[in-house]
Ligand binder design. Structure first.
Ligand code: TRP
Length: 331
């Protein structure tokens, strides 16, 4: 039987190239060999966003983005977390098996405390209970669907380990193995994507290239990539160059070897190298951009897909909750 892969997608605006290469593509690749369950983690967003329109818009955008990138809703269960009320019943169950001390140790929470300390504020300033118990909700997302593998970035590993701890505590208490223990699966790290300033591409550095940037914007951003001040004629080192690093993510072996040679030979200026990168990226990304635009013009379709996904997911969730209710004495 194939393994069950599950991951949560935070509705935080349109993804960038780094998200695409580092998270979306590997997850979609995984969905070809696993039973995949990928959901929009909209209740997680509520902890930080209280603007209903923003939540609605970001949910539709991120769903359209994944569909445009090739998520096949016939193969992959694709749903909104908020459409699966069983998640929140499981959250309540799991809270009773989660030591408060475990939550105190969560990196994300500790980082918030530290920020507050450094700014001279009360340590828990701005920390609501949703943020504090975030790892338990994430555990509920995962454990509800008998997940084997959780494809996530390294920053989420601790959360998956906490889900295992909580599951073990439940299983141990009732001497059962009814809750399956999941395993985090690292995104391929060889593909750390550099941003416009040469650091890792990240929204918080303001150095991103949006995945669906129009041609003009894409070209403009690429022209902004920071390079050194070598002149046209000088031979250039491809391996320390952000332009080349990005080029490698979008080109085939022959194209990469060709550009490498032109770097080393000299005679190619930065403007020219960037133009090559633009053309390559634009060719790869145009079909995705087109599909995204089409989907955004047909939002009823997106809602329909998510609704059907939830309709398929709910019976699985309900069966699991029913088993757990039997065990804990609620039935
Ligand atoms: N916490 C994850 C993130 O910040 C999103 C998420 C929510 C998630 N629930 C999940 C990921 C369950 C994997 C499994 O990216």
């Amino acid at each position: 039987m194939s393994k069950i892969a599950l991951t949560g997608i935070k509705p935080t605006g349109i993804p960038h190239i780094g998200n695409f290469l580092g998270a979306i593509q590997p997850a979609l690749e995984l969905s070809k060999t696993c039973e995949a369950r990928y959901f929009i983690a909209d209740y997680h967003a509520l902890n930080s966003t209280k603007d209903p329109e923003a939540i609605r818009t970001m949910t539709v955008e991120i769903a359209a983005a994944w569909l445009a990138c090739g998520l096949d809703p016939e193969r992959t269960l694709f749903y909104r977390q908020s459409a699966i009320p069983e998640t929140f019943e499981l959250l309540t169950i799991l809270l009773a098996f989660t030591p408060k001390g475990l939550m105190n140790r969560a990196h994300a929470y500790k980082a918030m405390l530290q920020n507050n300390n450094e700014a001279g504020r009360d340590p828990d300033d701005g920390v609501n209970m949703g943020l504090f118990t975030y790892p338990v909700l994430m555990a509920a997302d995962i454990l509800l669907f008998d997940t084997d593998l959780v494809p996530v970035g390294n920053d989420q590993f601790q959360h998956v380990e906490m889900a295992v701890d909580i599951a073990q505590s439940f299983n141990h208490t009732y001497q059962t193995d009814v809750i399956k223990l999941p395993q985090a699966l690292a995104h391929e790290t060889s593909k750390t994507v550099v941003g416009l300033d040469g650091r890792k591409m990240s929204k918080s550095y303001g150095n991103i290239i949006p995945l669906f940037a129009g041609e003009k914007q894409l070209r403009k951003l690429i022209m902004k990539i920071v390079t050194n001040s070598q002149g046209v004629e000088e031979p250039k080192d491809p391996d320390t160059c952000s332009v080349f690093s990005l080029y490698k993510c979008f080109a085939n072996e022959t194209q990469i070897a060709d550009i490498r040679e032109r770097y080393l030979a000299g005679g190619m200026g930065w403007g020219h190298a960037k133009q090559e990168l633009f053309e390559r990226m634009n060719e790869v990304l145009t079909p995705y951009r087109k599909r995204y635009e089409e989907l955004m013009e047909n939002q009823d379709y997106i809602h329909q897909v998510l609704k059907e996904g939830a309709e398929k997911a709910r019976p699985l969730a309900a069966a699991k909750i029913n088993m757990l209710r039997d065990i804990i004495g609620m039935n």
